[in-house]
Every structure is written in structure tokens, then in C-alpha cells.
Design a binder for this molecule. Structure first.
Ligand code: UD1
Length: 365
């Protein structure tokens, strides 16, 4: 009997995490019967479809079309739409990834219906409950039956929260699985030539956290720091829809900064790989830059991915103009943080997840 798995994706970073798990289970022939649910939390082609194409993911089996809204609307909307799908498929396991609203919503539906659920990228903590993702992480981990962690700090966090150690498996980082696999294809992308950029000769920027982009003063300070940096070095900024809407609403512009539409996975990885430095508030990009050895400045007071600072190339920086300029100049002087790759970020995390899932299946039969 195959193990029936229902995978959930909702928002942009989820696709990158699920793709290697789908492929690793697919490679085991009849051992697994998989289906994919897309909640529709992200729905623009540039936030969703392009990832299916770049990652060569099979199309989803169910699309819930939940879309945007307040946190309550979005989380409740996913729950309401996911429940009948769960009842239709009756899987042995549901797999949720990351920390977006779709992650918590689907895990909660599973817990209420007594369907076992596994969380990939469990145990990360920023200790900042003002971040919506921190609430999603804390609650998802409490109600999941299996917890796959990307780093050992995550194991320690879960144990401290009273979670049974038997549920926790340190498997490494699935996002890095995708990076390892697709780096050769990314390196063949013509985007550097198209944008007329020199290797290591530009700064790549992404910003989308509510704490950075929802307040005119904070976003204004960051954008004006970017304008100053753009006088010295090209600044490439693919803009998240949330950030674009707010820049328009607050009437913010920055001369010299090259604003682009959101990019697909391959183009963005190509730009990260060749960047002189990256300025971001994303979670995953802190990890990708650490793996690639590219200096990264994370515009946040905390990170749920401390290994990227302790072992990797990441440094936290305040969302103030002067702090950002000083940190960028330090890196441009060649005094950025050197890094090493964290343990088990080796392209084989999804394989380890598959082994654990198979062991679970054989314990039951
Ligand atoms: C969500 C996740 C965040 C993750 C990010 C990656 C939560 C709480 N947040 O943030 O953890 O880092 O995705 O991108 O789950 N929008 C569009 N088109 C889309 C999607 C969104 O225009 O395809 C706009 C809408 O105005 C929407 C806003 O972006 O209201 C925010 O989208 P939402 O999914 O609520 O959160 P993100 O900021 O994308």
C-alpha cells in the first residue's frame, strides 16, 4: 500500500520547499501516492505560476483560490476551503512547509480532524511575536505529528517548548536542495547580460515585511538609503506586490534604483549568485546567500535563522538609513562577514524526509 501524502503550498517560498520533496517521493515509485493543494494565497503569475515552471513542478491537483485579505480572512478562508479537500483525499499524512498563513491554517484543519500532519522547516524562532510568521511557526509546531528541522537550534527550540523529541528529525534545509539542483540552470540564465550587470558589481534588494514596508517613515528611510547607494553601485530591486502598493500609496521614489517586477526562481538565483551583496528582509534569502557565500544584510531586529549569522554571511541591520549605509559600506570595503555552510545544507534534505516517512509507514504495517 502506498503512503498517501497531501502536500500544501500557498505562498512564493512554499513552492521552493515542496518541489524537492515531491521529486524525492516521486522517485520512490509506488511507495507514495501524492497530491498537491495550492491555497491561492499568492495568485499573480509572477508570484506563483512562474515557480511551477522554473521548478518543473507538476500542476496542483486542487486550487483553493483563497487570495489576499486580513490575517483572519486569509487564515479562515484557507481553513474553510481546505477541510472538504482533506475529507475528499483522506491522506495518511499532510505535509506543510514554512511559516505562512496557509501553513498554520491547513495544519489546524488536520489537527481538528485527526489527520496526521508533518511540518517541514519546523522549530525556527525569531522570538518576536509581532511577526505574523512567528505566530504561525509556534502554533504549527505545537499541533504537528512530525517536525523536520533545518538546523540544530530548531531542535533545541522545540524541545524547550515541551515537544516530544521522538517527533523531531533534523534533516537539513529543503530550500538548499532546490538551490543545489537548479544552480547550473540559473547560471545559464542571460539575466546579467540583459540587465548589463557585472559579476559582484551590484547590490540586490528585496523587501516585503510589514514592519519595513507598511509604514511610510520606515519604508521612506530605507528607500532613501537605497537611492544614496545607487550613486555608487547599481541597485537591483525586484519589488514584491505589497511593497509596490505601499510605495505608490506613500508616493515614494528613488532615482537610480532599478525597480523590477518580481522575478522567477532561476532569474533571482542567478542575480543572488553573482551579487556583490544582498539587502533583504526575507527568510529564505538569508539562507541562500549563506550557502552561496554572498554577503547578506537582513533589515530586521531578529532572525529565526540564527545559523546564517553564526555560521553564514548574514548580518542584521536596523531599518534606519544611516545603519544601512554604514553596513553596506563595510561590505564594499571588503570587511563583510565571512561564512561557512551550516550542517546538512547539502542538497539531500528531501531524501532524509522520505526515509523518515517510509519508516513511519513501515511502523504501521
Ligand atoms: C506572505 C507571507 C510571508 C512570506 C511572503 C513571501 C504570511 C503571513 N506572510 O507575505 O511570510 O515571506 O508571503 O512572499 O503568510 N499580493 C498580490 N499578488 C499576490 C499575492 C499578494 O498583489 O499574488 C499583494 C496583495 O495586496 C496582498 C499583499 O500582497 O494583500 C500581501 O500578500 P499576503 O499573502 O497577505 O502576504 P505577503 O506579504 O505576500
Amino acid at each position: 500500500m502506498p503512503i498517501k501524502i497531501l502536500h500544501v503550498v500557498g505562498a512564493r517560498p512554499n513552492f521552493v520547499k515542496v518541489a524537492p520533496i515531491l521529486a524525492a517521493m516521486q522517485a520512490r515509485g509506488n511507495a507514495f501516492q501524492q497530491a498537491l493543494v495550492h491555497t491561492g494565497q499568492h495568485y499573480d503569475d509572477q508570484m506563483s505560476r512562474i515557480f511551477f515552471d522554473d521548478l518543473k513542478m507538476p500542476p496542483e491537483d486542487e486550487y483553493l483560490g483563497v487570495g489576499s485579505g486580513t490575517h483572519a480572512e486569509q487564515t479562515a478562508g484557507v481553513m474553510l476551503a481546505f477541510e472538504p479537500v482533506l475529507l475528499k483525499y483522506r491522506p495518511d499524512w499532510v505535509m506543510v512547509v514554512g511559516d505562512v498563513n496557509s501553513t498554520l491554517a491547513c495544519a489546524l484543519v488536520c489537527a481538528k480532524l485527526g489527520v496526521r500532519v508533518a511540518h517541514v522547516e519546523a522549530g525556527l524562532r525569531s522570538w518576536d511575536r509581532g511577526m505574523p510568521e512567528e505566530i504561525n511557526r509556534l502554533l504549527t509546531d505545537q499541533i504537528c505529528d512530525l517536525l523536520f528541522t533545518p538546523s540544530q537550534d530548531a531542535d533545541a527550540n522545540l524541545l524547550r517548548e515541551g515537544i516530544d523529541g521522538g517527533k523531531i528529525h533534523f534533516v537539513g534545509n529543503v530550500m538548499i536542495d532546490t538551490l543545489v539542483k537548479l544552480l547550473p540552470r540559473a547560471q545559464a540564465q542571460p539575466i546579467l547580460e540583459e540587465l548589463k550587470l557585472e559579476k559582484r558589481g551590484y547590490m540586490l534588494v528585496t523587501l516585503h515585511r510589514p514592519a519595513n514596508v507598511d509604514h511610510p517613515q520606515t519604508l521612506g528611510q530605507i528607500i532613501s538609503a537605497l537611492e544614496t547607494i545607487a550613486r555608487e553601485l547599481p541597485v537591483i530591486f525586484p519589488v514584491h506586490p505589497r511593497t509596490r502598493k505601499n510605495m505608490q500609496a506613500f508616493d515614494l521614489q528613488a532615482e537610480g534604483v532599478r525597480f523590477l517586477e518580481p522575478l522567477g526562481y532561476l532569474d533571482f538565483l542567478a542575480l543572488t549568485y553573482s551579487a556583490g551583496l544582498v539587502l533583504t528582509d526575507s527568510g529564505g534569502i538569508q539562507e541562500e546567500t549563506t550557502y552561496l557565500g554572498v554577503p547578506c544584510l537582513t533589515v530586521r531586529p531578529t532572525t529565526e535563522r540564527p545559523v546564517t549569522v553564526e555560521l553564514g554571511t548574514n548580518r542584521l541591520v536596523a531599518s534606519q538609513g544611516e545603519a544601512i549605509l554604514e553596513a553596506v559600506r563595510t561590505i564594499l570595503r571588503g570587511q563583510g562577514q565571512q561564512g561557512t555552510c551550516p550542517p546538512l545544507w547539502d542538497g539531500k534534505a528531501a531524501e532524509r524526509i522520505v526515509e523518515v516517512m517510509l519508516a513511519q509507514g513501515s511502523m504501521e504495517h
